[in-house]
Design a binder for this molecule. Sequence first.
Ligand SMILES: Nc1nc2c(ncn2[C@@H]2O[C@H](COP(=O)(O)OP(=O)(O)OP(=O)(O)O)[C@@H](O)[C@H]2O)c(=O)[nH]1
Ligand SMILES: [Mg+2]
Length: 492
Amino acid sequence: MASSLTTFTDEARIALDTLSGRASGLFSPSLRLGVTGLSRAGKTVFISALVHNLIHGGRLPLFEAQKSGRIARAFLEEQPDDAVPRFQYEDHISALVNDRTWPDSTRAISELRLTIEYESASGWNRMFSSGRLSVDIVDYPGEWLLDLPLLGKSFADFSREAFEMAMLPVRADVSQDWRTLSATIDPNADAYEMTARRLAESFAAYLKACKLDERALSTLPPGRFLMPGDLEGSPALTFAPLLLKGEKRPRSGSLQAMMERRYEAYKTHVVKPFFREHITRLDRQIVVIDAMQALNAGPGAMADLERAVTEILSCFRPGRGNFLTDLFSRRIDRILVAATKADHLHHESHDRLQAIVRRLADRAVARANFTGADVDVVAMAAVRATREGTVKQGRETLPVIIGTPLKGEKINGETFDGKAETAIFPGDLPEKIDAVFDVSEADHRQSSDDPAIRFVRFRPPKLERTAEGVTLSLPHIRLDRALQFLIGDHLA
Ligand SMILES: Nc1nc2c(ncn2[C@@H]2O[C@H](COP(=O)(O)OP(=O)(O)OP(=O)(O)O)[C@@H](O)[C@H]2O)c(=O)[nH]1
Ligand SMILES: [Mg+2]
């Protein structure tokens, strides 16, 4: 009785929230923009650059409302959700602009409200619209999204798949320790906390190792094993897949029973609330991917990135009979897959990068059987850390990029001090994009022995100042194109 009562009030509350959200939306329309991507993909830098460019009237020729001078001002306002951490915009901008360092990794959800005052392009709209749009930007780890498929999987499915993935050639060596440990454990033995912990730690260490630079493998669930947020050490995170023999029901008091219970707790107390409270309220979504790093690591990493994008897109596919479908009060109608960090390439390669991302997204859309939203792609740099130039080498003139490599970065044995500027010939992306997807080549070129591009991390750029000493907004590549797709139509 008690439990059905709570469910009832919960549902009533959700319905009321939706209603009041809709009603207040009449006065000041708001748009919820989700920004996701795997860790280090570039979410924080993207949001910071987007907001900075809008607030400071940056150069955004492809963003129509700005180009035609219809934006009166853009400013930050208090966010609507009191229980979600605020996106620390000021800190991130201070790092980028004053210290020329990249912002710290964020690893959890955060939110920021940006309000834009604009004049509508049509007289008709001018009469009826408020001329204000509040964009609620929600930054959250893609790793958490990849947990959605768990809702449809039993502990036995989860365990079986985890071992299958761990045995793939790209992962077999990094998963070795965890698999060896698992092989010594009997699921039917009595449950001991220390066994659970050892297994969970070993499994988490393997998941973390997949993320190391030279692997650049994207993530396997459970997402919170890599991004625990405030759940670190809790029982809902102290479980691991087990090598099960057959689909027997576990004996009560056994390790298997304990692991299963915790796996179910993870789904109930971590995965479901996250989707209910955050994902179902989004209107638009950008999925930031680090295609540069995957390209650099070879076709195995590209295939893996494609798998991650496929799974991410599946999460936004409505009407699949999962518990989400009923909860969607709004529907995401546009999704942008954005490869950021294009400033690591000369502009001659930008279109190739975009073509590669297009191919990747098309395949992901097809594999996820995705319909219901427009999916577009862009190769961009939220913050452009390099300039372009040419260098003469004998008779040849090579296109180069010029920037300040981060302290400790190396090329050809030279180590940079983080101060000197340098010109780098980044290499070209292949003309035939099939090559970058061809996994059969992965065996010969598993890591960066023969990278397609030379990849060095640069410091954020030095901002120019006007004669009056005002710093100009952060330079970017095609950030305006992303903005136009994500919010442009709401400012028409
Ligand atoms: N050159 C260049 N580097 C970028 C750009 N965006 C991100 N980076 C690099 O990528 C790193 C990660 O960017 P973040 O924005 O912190 O990534 P994130 O997705 O928020 O990462 P987490 O908070 O760890 O999930 C930065 O520290 C930069 O080194 C860009 O536009 N240009
Ligand atoms: Mg971040």
